[in-house]
Write a protein that binds this ligand. Structure first.
Ligand SMILES: NC(=O)c1ccc[n+]([C@@H]2O[C@H](COP(=O)([O-])OP(=O)(O)OC[C@H]3O[C@@H](n4cnc5c(N)ncnc54)[C@H](OP(=O)(O)O)[C@@H]3O)[C@@H](O)[C@H]2O)c1
Length: 325
């Protein structure tokens, strides 16, 4: 496994990160089985993946507690634990968002579930239009000062919001976001028109989420529209929404190039992300051990410039405000 520095920081993250959203029982399409989740995480760590991404909201804390159990006995200095705050953790006031009160309460709760003294990368999951960014940054800054968080990061938002956050941190002397988690895959390239140019310009590390577009880029779905059993597409409407004519055109090229390399469509799709200079480390989301072991193969693939052009040719990236929600 090779490691890369996250954005302009000295923090070393594995070229592929392990996304832990599938580990839990929050949705029908998730793995469900806790022990298998722990086995997959430990296998990833044993393969050299050192960066785990989770969130407080993933199965309302269950994913974090699975990660916490899985990392017991591993060298904490090597590990990069990334989690997030924003989404609802219950009903009633102050159970969500980016207020000082909620951030600090949730950071403590995440530390508890993860069974650790500090979070390496604490990310805001979305923009909170009800809380001034100064309050959010000041709360995050205090967590860094208290030694509970090492770096702060952000996820999906509009370009103006992210630019405002970076500018405010500079002007007010708060900790600055060092990373961005945008959705980014061969069939979801809208961030090329929104966040990615900002990240490239400011040295922000990029950790793409849903690099296989919820599994669509594995080639497991077909044009007849039926959803195979035991897939995310069976119960997650977003999968069906992804299956546009344009997506099929991209998939045709992915399948051709996969055949030419004797690789899988998933490996080609991950390799494309690994070849993008703006990307630091895609966050893959295996649900089975076989997914994990196959997807790691993407690290061995070399794509020629001409292949990258072919993969990108069918789609013209366009960003719409709803892409940032
Ligand atoms: N910041 C954010 O807002 C945000 C949002 C979403 C995700 N994330 C992060 O990004 C991570 C990855 O997201 P994601 O789970 O959507 O990633 P993804 O890789 O796009 O989709 C994962 C799904 O792809 C399928 N898959 C993966 N490898 C496969 C293989 N080799 N063969 C067949 N199918 C395969 C599986 O589908 P089946 O289950 O159908 O088999 C798996 O559940 C999450 O765990 C989370 O950490 C962040």
């Amino acid at each position: 496994m090779e490691y890369t520095q996250l954005g302009s920081t000295g923090l070393e993250v594995s070229q592929l990160c392990l996304g832990c959203m599938n580990f839990g029982t929050g949705e029908e399409w998730m793995l469900g089985d806790r022990d298998t989740g722990i086995d997959i995480i430990q296998q990833a760590l044993d393969m050299g993946i050192n960066t785990l991404d989770t969130a407080n909201v993933y199965s309302r804390g269950e994913s974090e507690s699975i990660v916490g159990e899985a990392i017991e006995g591993y060298d904490r200095e090597v590990l990069v634990l990334a989690t997030k705050v924003f989404g609802p953790m219950g009903d009633g006031p102050n159970k969500q968002g980016l207020s000082r009160k909620h951030i600090i309460a949730q950071a403590e709760a995440s530390l508890d579930r993860l069974g650790t003294d500090y979070i390496d990368l604490y990310q805001i999951h979305r923009w909170d239009e009800h809380t001034p960014i100064e309050e959010t940054l000041s709360a995050l800054d205090s967590l860094v000062t208290a030694g509970k968080v090492r770096y702060i990061g952000a996820s999906t938002m509009t370009g103006w919001q992210f630019s405002k956050a970076l500018h405010t941190a500079t002007v007010e002397g708060y900790e600055r976001f060092v990373s961005m988690q945008p959705e980014y895959s061969l069939i979801a390239r809208h961030e090329e028109e929104n966040l990615l140019p900002i990240c490239a310009d400011t040295g922000i590390g990029v950790l793409p989420w849903s690099p296989l577009a919820d599994g669509v880029l594995t080639g497991k779905y077909d044009r007849n529209g039926s959803m195979p059993a035991d897939t995310r597409g069976e119960t997650f409407e977003r999968v069906r929404e992804r299956l546009t004519e344009n997506a099929w055109q991209v998939l045709d090229v992915v399948n051709d190039i996969a055949r030419e390399h004797d690789a899988t469509p998933a490996q080609i799709s991950l390799a494309w992300l690994l070849h993008k200079p703006v990307v630091d480390a895609p966050i893959m989301g295996p649900r089975t051990m076989a997914h994990l072991e196959a997807n790691i193969g993407a690290l061995e693939l070399e794509l020629a410039d001409e292949e990258i052009e072919r993969l990108e040719a069918p789609l013209t990236p366009r960003w719409r405000a709803e892409d940032s929600q």
